[in-house]
Design a protein around this ligand. Structure first.
Ligand code: DC
Length: 229
C-alpha cells in the first residue's frame, strides 16, 4: 500500500480551548505522532528575545525561523515533551504567557510562517499525525482526513488558564489573563496571513461546557466514521 496517504487529524482553535491536552491524549491513544505547532512559534519568539531581534525585523526573524536549532523529546507515555533550544532546555520557559503573547506577534509575519512550513509538514510520518494549531486544517494539512475546530468561550478559557497556572504555583490575575487572551484572539483571528478560523470542512466542537473526556469521545466517534469511508 505504498500510495496510502498518512492519516492526519488537525485540531485548531484559540488559546485555552484544550486542544493541546486533547491532541496529546489522542496521539498517545492512536500511537501517532504529535505536532505542537504553537511551540514552534513560541520558540522563534524566545530565540528572537535571546538574540535581541526586534519583533518587527522580518528578515532576521525569517532567518531565525528557517535555522531554528530545536529538538523535541517525548516521554514514554507521550504526555510530556522536553524542548531544547540551541541545546538548552526551555520546556517551561516556552509555556509562559509572555512567550505565548510574543509567539502571536511573530506569527503574523508571512515569511516566518513560510520558513516553518516544511518543518511542520515533516512531522507527518506513519502511522499518522495529530496536528495542533491555528492553521493546521486550512494551510498546513489541507488534505487531513479529519479537521476539528475546538472552541470555547473566552470566560471559560480564561478560567482554565487561571487554574492551570495556579496548579503550577504561578500567581496570576484573572482580569489580566482575560485581557491577554482577548488580545491574542484578536491578533490570531484578524491577521492577514493564515488567520485562526475553521476550515470549511472542519467540525466545530464547543468545549465550554464539556470535560476533556467528553470531547475526546466526540472526536473518537468522528474518527471512527471518517476511517470507514
Ligand atoms: O497554541 P499556542 O498557544 O502555543 O500558540 C502560541 C501562538 O502561536 C498563538 O497565539 C498564535 C501562534 N500560532 C500560529 O499562528 N499558528 C499556529 N499553527 C500555532 C500557533
Amino acid at each position: 500500500m505504498a500510495n496510502t496517504p498518512i492519516p492526519v487529524i488537525t485540531i485548531d482553535g484559540p488559546s485555552g480551548s484544550g486542544k493541546g491536552t486533547l491532541s496529546r491524549l489522542l496521539a498517545n491513544e492512536l500511537g501517532w505522532h504529535f505536532l505542537d505547532s504553537g511551540a514552534l512559534y513560541r520558540l522563534v519568539a524566545l530565540a528572537a528575545r535571546r538574540h535581541a531581534i526586534p519583533f518587527d525585523d522580518e528578515a532576521a526573524l525569517q532567518t531565525l525561523a528557517a535555522h531554528l536549532d530545536v529538538q523535541f523529546a517525548s516521554d514514554a507515555e507521550g504526555q510530556e515533551t522536553t524542548i531544547l533550544l540551541e541545546g538548552e532546555e526551555v520546556t517551561n520557559l516556552v509555556r509562559s504567557e509572555e512567550c505565548g503573547n510574543d509567539a502571536s506577534k511573530v506569527a503574523v509575519i508571512q515569511s516566518v510562517r513560510d520558513a516553518l512550513l516544511g518543518r511542520q509538514r515533516a512531522f507527518c510520518q506513519p502511522p499518522g499525525l495529530i496536528a495542533d494549531g491555528r492553521d493546521m486544517g486550512t494551510v498546513i494539512f489541507p488534505d487531513a482526513k479529519l479537521k476539528v475546530f475546538l472552541d470555547a468561550s473566552l470566560e471559560e478559557r480564561t478560567a482554565r488558564r487561571y487554574r492551570q497556572l495556579r496548579e503550577k504555583g504561578i500567581d496570576a490575575s484573572i482580569d489580566s489573563l482575560f485581557d491577554e487572551l482577548a488580545e491574542r484572539d484578536r491578533r490570531d483571528r484578524s491577521r492577514a496571513v493564515s488567520p485562526l478560523k475553521p476550515a470549511p470542512d472542519a467540525v466545530t466542537i464547543d468545549s465550554s461546557a464539556l470535560g476533556i473526556q467528553e470531547v475526546l469521545t466526540q472526536i473518537r466517534q468522528l474518527w471512527q466514521r471518517v476511517k470507514v469511508q
